[in-house]
Ligand binder design. Structure first.
Ligand code: ACM
Length: 543
């Protein structure tokens, strides 16, 4: 009857008779729930055409209230009869309850305007009690490889909220583009946010898209994104990727690079340009004090913009060839008394661990930050499988599980010949549904370090929103259930039941205008014949 996604802990039908919304329905917001009321008016109000006013004579009402006795993000719905009660352990809990309320109104509640004006809408008489399994239910979006304009980001925050996801990991910098305005270093976006052309599809493809690509968020844009997310109880965790994946920054400020090796390693000998193809660039930051000072300046502005406890410093895929070849880097290594280049990377990350801790924040980085020694306060995003996360949890560090084998949504979701730009592993909807974030090897004590899980959307092969939608959905719905619901062990999960509930969810996604992959395969305009002759199998995921 209810077809909720993600599935709630408990739902119990009641005999109160259906709940009813109409033009007279009042919306009463208890202390702390005013933001949820605003969201309900903007969504359900728009879809129904009802004002959902705070006062009125009608008998029917929606009542929002905080009950500190409930878990912080938990909620209880009592629907049916004249009063629709949404209680949460905090405003966030009330908000997640409001999301469930919208699903219970039916797919048309996801439209922006009434499809056909009606006199009333019904809600089932039901009690729902619910709370999330994990506190970190994340989605990472790479806006460096392909820029997503601000409106698209806001739309993704809405899509996250509809799936009860609460951490938006914003991958803002990479070899192919720098996407956040930094006032004291204007060339980061002035030069670093544009490239003249892009490799089309996979990096082994012979095809190029010969038009310039770029864009960036002003600091006002970022403030708007962060505020929009906060209103939806989503935390934005910014990522500034160091010391690898930094070619766009080096293109803007060549002195950030290993200038004493570039003539030997760079094509033509000059500083590198913003990168136009995919893979791992050899051009990485110089391990110099001046580089640290430059990035402290960057992070100072980042901290002003993003109030999140966690700040992501990347740390992945830093090739060490330049450091090996650079006399300056080698001198630095000796001066610091370090054994090798891995320790040099660890020194780099450790610096920002201390720097962020001193400012009341926490460093998070990709699992390569384990190499050469993990900084004392660091949290790990475990992407190369579970191993990094297991090692970090055993060493007492917090972990976010996002293994590429399961939850890299840029990987193709079917092995059929029509799959567009089919990179990486085949990871079906069912594979994602059966993903387990907590590895069985961890003791209960160690498992407490798994803060949660995250799906990652790398956008080398997603040049626009339609491609992002296609890769993200429907798998993000399965992921949301993994992150939120108390599912049994992977083999015991009721995937057939999930697929049945997805029938209703596809109608919601249709109403939201999401260009998901239909169960029967890509629609004609979603196919990409000819971009890539054949699928490339992982590992490694060949982006
Ligand atoms: C990553 O996929 N390089 C974190």
């Amino acid at each position: 009857m209810m077809d909720l996604i993600p599935a709630p802990r408990r739902s119990t039908p009641d005999d109160r008779g259906p709940g009813r919304l109409d033009a007279q329905t009042r919306l009463e917001a208890g202390p702390g729930t005013e933001g949820v009321a605003r969201w309900l008016r903007a969504t359900i109000g728009a879809a129904t055409g009802f004002p959902l006013a705070g006062h009125g004579d009608g008998e029917g009402r929606i009542r929002l209230s905080v009950d500190p006795g409930l878990p912080p993000e938990g909620y209880r719905l009592n629907l049916g009869g004249p009063e629709q009660l949404v209680e949460g352990g905090s405003a966030a809990g009330v908000f997640w309850g409001a999301q469930t309320l919208r699903q219970l109104l039916g797919a048309d509640a996801f439209r922006r305007a009434p499809l056909r004006p009606g006199r009333h809408w019904d809600l089932p008489a039901v009690t729902v009690e619910d709370a999330p399994r994990f506190r970190w239910r994340g989605l990472m979006l790479d806006v460096a490889r392909h820029f997503m304009p601000k409106e698209g980001v806001l739309r993704y925050l809405d899509l996250m909220a509809a799936h009860k996801l609460n951490v938006f990991h914003f991958h803002l910098t990479d070899d192919q583009g720098w996407r956040v305005e930094i006032r004291r270093h204007p060339r980061l976006t002035g030069t670093g946010s544009w490239r003249p052309r892009s490799k089309s599809g996979h990096r082994a493809s012979p095809l190029w898209d010969e038009k310039p690509h770029g864009g960036f968020y002003t600091q006002d844009d970022i403030r708007e994104i962060v505020a929009y997310a906060a209103e939806r109880h989503i935390t934005v965790v910014p990522e500034i990727d160091v010391p690898g994946h930094s070619q766009a920054a080096i293109a803007a400020y060549p002195e950030l690079g290993n200038t004493d090796v570039r003539p030997a390693s760079g094509a033509g000998g000059g500083p590198p340009a913003v990168w136009d193809t995919w893979g791992i660039s050899p051009h990485v930051l110089a391990p110099a004090e001046s580089t640290l000072r430059f990035y402290e300046g960057v992070f100072e502005e980042v901290l002003e913009l993003f109030p999140s406890e966690f700040v992501h410093v990347g740390g992945d895929e830093c090739l060490k060839d330049e450091w090996r070849a650079s006399p300056a880097a080698q001198a630095r290594l000796r001066e610091l008394g370090l054994a090798d280049e891995d320790e040099l990377q660890s020194w780099f990350v450790g610096h920002f661990d201390r720097w962020l801790s001193a400012r009341g924040r926490r460093l998070i980085g990709w699992d390569e930050i384990l190499e050469g020694g993990l900084a004392p306060g660091a949290t790990v995003s475990s992407w190369r499988g579970y191993a990094g996360g297991i090692a970090a949890a055993r060493a007492g560090h917090d972990v976010v599980m996002c293994p590429e084998q399961q939850v890299y949504l840029d990987h193709r979701q079917h092995d059929g010949p029509d799959e567009p730009v089919p990179i990486g592993y085949v990871r079906t909807l069912e594979d994602v549904y059966r993903f387990e974030p907590v590895p069985a090897e961890l003791t209960p004590e160690e498992a407490r370090h798994v803060l949660g899980t995250q799906a990652n959307l790398w956008t080398e092969a997603m040049e626009d929103q339609a491609r992002v939608d296609y890769q993200a959905f429907p798998r993000l719905a399965a992921f949301a259930e993994v992150a939120w619901s108390a599912l049994p062990a992977p083999a015991e999960r009721d995937f057939a039941g999930f697929e049945r509930r997805m029938e209703a969810h596809y109608r919601r996604l249709d109403a939201l205008g999401v260009g998901y992959r239909p169960p029967s395969g890509p629609r004609p305009w979603q196919r990409r014949p000819g971009v890539l002759g054949r699928p490339i199998d992982g590992p490694p995921p060949d982006r």
